[in-house]
Design a protein around this ligand. Structure first.
Ligand code: ATP
Ligand code: MG
Length: 757
């Protein structure tokens, strides 16, 4: 069994326990994912048929990486394992079984945009107040209901839910939910949550189907179990009910999706569900240095809700955690880029050794700008997916219609693109006629003259074109079919004729999509290579799945949420400021604040050797410069693990940060107000990081009689700033100065301890 050599005794024991329920709840970096990988290899080596194994991971990327490792351990058998995210695995099963629950097997998957567009249309039709019924709110509400397995009927019949909705003035939610569900059904579409909701329906109402998959998946494993929601929990429970060969691994301290319905209760339930449960403890962190592990432990100790566990590292104690202070978000970007450049050069590292993690996507901008200035190659993970671009969605909408002409969102998207004289009024008439006659919009269009007032000839022509695509693509391979549709829909020509830079870009993107489909149609490792197969789960793909040059040497940029499970030798966590991290929305309840803290724990534990944390004292938010306070999380770290770097000086006048500040300033003179701390959350007043300004060496208040607007100054206590305006006459001139640390102040020049820099 030398293939199990790379495991410690506890890990080995967990790997070898292949029969019965197994749970590992252990800290970050302790080898949970590694145990799953080796466990699969061990199962196969022990004679289990690889087709009988199901592994549920959190991202497609994680699944891909795990498959590669297993392949390394057991060879090509790895190909047969069912492995992927909950959504992708159960979408695949629904493709086979959908007819049992009344859906076509070629159902479309509506992405979030599609879902919101359906909701918008319903809200408009029902003429509801869009303040009470905001589309995102409604979407989240329906999503939460589905993830708790509450269908629209139950929603409408549940007294508690109804009472809550009516008392908040949103009594129509049940009706909206019903209409939404019916619209999706009519369109032969499932949204993301349906992929789990309908799977539950299928397994619950069709014992034969359940039985089939219970016997197929004799061995189940779930990584990142702490982030499963109720719907996912129940699927796993149902599938495992016969063999009970189920192994889940996770870390309650890393549960960061409660806002999406993930429930820590699932871990606690697990113990109740399986009295024979074998629990394994993993305590050694193999990823990070002692300092990093200690910092992570000290942070998470502030959370009340957690399962106790020990985590230690036997690696060297390592560098202290560096905390950098910048004066603006742009400067923070510059400091991070400089630090990466310096580390790479002096330590002989690769760009891939570095990651920059942030709380919100918007923070990537200042990082990107700084990296570009130094010519540092980078890649943003989890950003806007290639498949989310307009032109790609347009072409894909044609594909979707070809395979499922009832797909209403696809229809609305391209019925008049490229332009063919079908206006919004006509489309509205089609939808109304469809509702009235209990037909789908496509069926109405096919017989437009009969149902639609003043129907333009192009309406029927459109339907005929889609039907021709259906016939022709039957005999073509994926690439030929895609090319035919791109050409004959007029889309390719439309983009070709747009000679603007963006137009050219869009045309190239379409070319890239077609190239991708060509590659797919030539693949030899899969049997079915039609466009319908290519299309099936496009809605589930993320940016990372379209990774052309996987092996490129680049710095990784991503949100902390998407960094889960990953590791990097050097990590920068940026934007450690109140109202940003922890986010403003989390400050009103302890449980939300604890979730933010877990997020910080996840971020810290991604680092192997070097961790740098930074914050800025001012930052652009919604086009306005605001001043920021250091995050309370910084105060929670024991100072003995930290090395503070407060050496940054304000950038020279010509730098981007100052220009930006000036621009913001001219737009909105009173914009530099301090953000107000949220009421429920006490903000610490004593902070090692919010220390008073320490004047630069050699600081000497100078004669201020020649001070002018625009000059940069240093104040003995308030730090660096810029003169905004002067008023009054000598010797009583008052200066309004914007200090980077504390915001705007008015000072009488004759008393101010200022030096011009
Ligand atoms: P997370 O909670 O962040 O998902 P994890 O518990 O899944 O972490 P892994 O990613 O499996 O941890 O392991 C962390 C790192 O430690 C990986 O690089 C892994 O290869 C390494 N590792 C785990 N166990 C051992 C071991 N016994 N010997 C050597 N390296 C190990
Ligand atoms: Mg893991």
């Amino acid at each position: 069994m030398d293939y199990l050599e790379g495991l410690n005794p506890e890990q080995k024991a967990a790997v070898k326990q292949i029969q019965g329920p197994v749970m590992i709840i252990a800290g970050a970096g302790s080898g949970k994912t590694r145990v799953i990988t080796y466990r699969v290899a061990h199962l196969i080596r022990s004679g289990v048929d690889s087709f009988n194994i199901l592994v549920l991971t959190f991202t497609n990327k994680a699944a891909k990486e795990m498959r590669e490792r297993i392949n390394h351990l057991v060879g090509p058998e790895a190909k047969n394992i069912w492995m992927g995210t909950f959504h992708s695995v159960f979408a695949k099963i629904l493709r086979v079984e959908a007819d049992k629950i009344g859906y076509p097997n070629n159902f479309t998957i509506y992405d979030t945009d599609d879902s919101k567009s359906v909701i918008r249309a319903i809200l408009k039709e029902m003429s509801l107040d869009d303040k009470l019924y905001n589309q995102n709110f409604v979407y989240n509400r329906i999503s939460a209901a589905k993830n708790n397995l509450v269908g629209w009927q139950e929603y409408q019949n549940n007294d508690q839910i109804q009472a809550d909705d009516f008392s908040s003035g949103r009594g129509m939610l049940g009706k909206i939910y019903e209409t939404y569900a019916n619209r999706c059904f009519r369109a032969g579409a499932m949204d993301f949550d349906d992929l789990l909701f309908k799977t539950n329906e299928l397994l619950k109402n069709h014992p034969d189907v359940l039985n089939k998959y219970q016997h197929k998946f004799k061995y189940l494993m779930v990584d990142e179990y702490q982030d499963t929601n109720f719907s996912q929990y129940l699927i796993v429970k149902r599938l495992a009910a016969v063999n009970e060969n189920i192994c889940v691994v996770g870390d309650d301290a890393q549960s960061i999706y409660a806002f999406r319905g993930a429930n820590i209760q699932n871990i606690l339930n697990f113990e109740k569900d399986y009295p024979d449960l074998k629990v394994f403890k993993l305590e050694q962190n193999y990823r990070s240095t002692q300092n990093i592990v200690n910092v992570a432990n000290s942070i998470i100790a502030n959370n009340k809700d957690q399962l106790k566990k020990n985590v230690f590292s036997e690696k060297e104690s390592g560098d202290k955690i560096k905390v950098m202070r910048a004066f603006s978000d742009n400067e923070e970007g510059k400091m991070v880029a400089d630090a990466i450049m310096h580390q790479r050069t002096t330590k002989g590292l690769k760009w891939t050794d570095f990651a920059i993690l942030y709380r919100t996507n918007a923070q990537s901008r200042s990082m990107e700008e700084a990296l570009r200035k130094l010519n540092i190659p980078y890649k943003i993970y989890g950003g806007l997916s290639f498949y989310q671009r307009k032109e790609i969605k347009d072409l894909i909408a044609y594909f979707r219609l070809t395979f499922n002409p009832n797909d209403e969102e696809a229809l609305k998207r391209v019925i008049n693109y490229p332009k063919r004289g079908i206006g919004d009024t006509t489309v509205d008439r089609v939808i109304v006629a469809a509702d009235k006659n209990q037909l789908t919009p496509f069926e109405i269009i096919l017989q437009a003259p009969r149902y639609v007032e003043k129907a333009p000839a192009s309406l029927t022509a459109f339907a005929t074109m889609i039907q021709s695509f259906q016939v022709i693509t039957k005999n073509l391979n994926a690439y030929e079919a895609a090319l035919h549709i791109a050409q004959h829909s007029g889309l390719l020509k439309d983009l070709y004729e747009d000679k603007s830079v963006e137009g050219l870009n869009r045309y190239e993107n379409i070319q890239e999509l077609l190239n991708g489909i060509k590659e797919f149609s030539e693949r030899e490792d899969i049997e079915e290579r039609g466009l319908d197969i290519f299309m099936q789960d496009v809605a589930l793909l993320t940016n990372d799945d379209n990774d052309k040059d996987k092996n490129a040497d680049t710095v990784s940029l991503m949100t902390i949420h998407s960094s889960k499970g990953l590791e990097f030798p050097q990590v920068h966590i940026v934007g450690l400021e109140e109202n940003l991290f922890p986010s403003q929305m989390s400050l009103n309840s302890r449980s939300d604040l604890e979730e933010e803290r877990r997020l910080f724990y996840v971020a810290i534990t991604r680092a192997e050797y070097k961790l740098t944390i930074s914050y800025a004292t001012s930052r652009f938010k919604f086009g306005t410069l605001i001043s920021c306070e250091p995050s309370r999380f910084l105060d929670e770290i024991d100072a003995k693990y930290l090395e503070l770097d407060f050496t940054a000086k304000p950038a020279p006048a010509a730098s981007a940060s100052y220009q930006d500040e000036r621009a913001a300033w001219s737009r909105k003179p009173d914009a530099f107000s301090k953000p107000k701390p949220a009421p429920a959350a006490p903000v610490k007043t004593t902070s090692i990081l919010a220390k008073a300004h320490i004047p630069s060496p050699g600081f000497k208040p100078s004669d201020t009689s020649n001070i002018q607007v625009g000059m940069e100054v240093e104040h003995e206590r308030f730090g660096f700033g810029k003169v905004i305006s002067l008023e009054g006459n000598k010797p009583d001139i008052k200066a309004t100065i914007f200090f980077k640390e504390i915001g705007q102040k008015q000072l009488l020049l004759k008393f101010a301890k200022l030096s011009i820099i």
